[in-house]
Design a protein around this ligand. Structure first.
Ligand SMILES: [Zn+2]
Length: 264
């Protein structure tokens, strides 16, 4: 499932091929992905035709295509999708395709519960899909703010995933390894110094992955795979990159990976 770094990489690569282009026509084969207006591929296509893609923004885990004429499309990957730039018009798709004037296109395929919402910009805030809270990369996320946001009685991993949009199962493990904190520590047990290290590692872990193009299974709009190599996530039994001790895994609903030696 794409998390914040993959979404940010997707945003940049989609902007590089869609921004400034005018939509000539839209194909909708997978109508159930059109959530606003609900499963109405025709209204969605008509609503997009003739509009220019001004910019692509990220709001938490949703991508926001700003269109000319006061409209916007929100695309949410949910469990995953491939949103890819095409050098020529798409004449047939099993997903959704936007054909641009001049012959290029954007095609959305392999959609797993992915959603599109078309709405006037002044009604975007009413859409639940955009409710994401404070962005983990925002300068507003200070150690003090983080301490207020994390539920004190929860364990660190669950608290990070609950409180911060775009941090899921993968990057919560990575952040906690970087911060040398056990995923099972209670939030209330953190010292001020540990909280400030955590706030720092949230940003630097996410930035490191963005720089690497996201995790390896993810493909951006140019179909380039990510190159971020996880330190602990999905690495049970392998040596910790910091001290060589064995990485452990616990499964309680979701899988948690950590090094019991250096994460306390
Ligand atoms: Zn270790």
């Amino acid at each position: 499932m794409p998390e914040l770094p993959e979404l940010e990489v997707a945003r940049r690569s989609l902007a590089s091929c869609a921004a400034g282009k005018k939509i000539a026509g839209v194909l909708v084969e997978r109508e159930r992905s059109i959530r606003t207006p609900r499963e109405d591929g025709r209204a969605f296509a008509e609503g997009l035709a003739g509009r220019m893609v001004k910019d692509v923004e990220r709001r938490g885990k949703a991508l926001l295509f700003q269109l000319s004429g006061g409209a916007a499309v929100i695309f949410h990957y949910k469990l995953g999708a491939l949103a890819a730039c095409r050098g020529e018009p798409v004449l047939e798709t099993d997903g959704v395709a936007w054909n641009f004037e001049g012959g290029s296109a954007l095609e959305f395929t392999d959609m797993q519960l992915s959603e599109f919402h078309l709405a006037p910009v002044d009604r975007l805030e009413a859409l639940p899909v955009l409710k994401s809270g404070l962005d983990p990369l925002s300068p507003g996320l200070t150690a003090k703010k983080l301490a207020h946001m994390l539920p004190p009685n929860k364990q660190l991993k669950a608290a990070l995933m609950d409180a911060l949009g775009g941090i899921g199962n993968n990057y919560s493990d990575e952040i906690l390894w970087n911060a040398r904190l056990s995923p099972f520590r209670k939030v209330s047990a953190l010292s001020e110094k540990e909280m400030s290290e955590l706030a720092k590692q949230i940003k630097s872990t996410l930035r490191e992955s963005i720089k690497a193009g996201g995790e390896e299974e993810f493909r951006d709009a140019r179909e380039r795979h990510g190159r971020y190599r996880e330190k602990v996530h999905r690495r049970a039994g392998q040596p910790c990159p910091r001290d060589g001790h064995k990485i452990e895994m616990v499964k309680k609903g979701r899988k948690t990976f950590w090094c019991p030696h250096c994460q306390v």
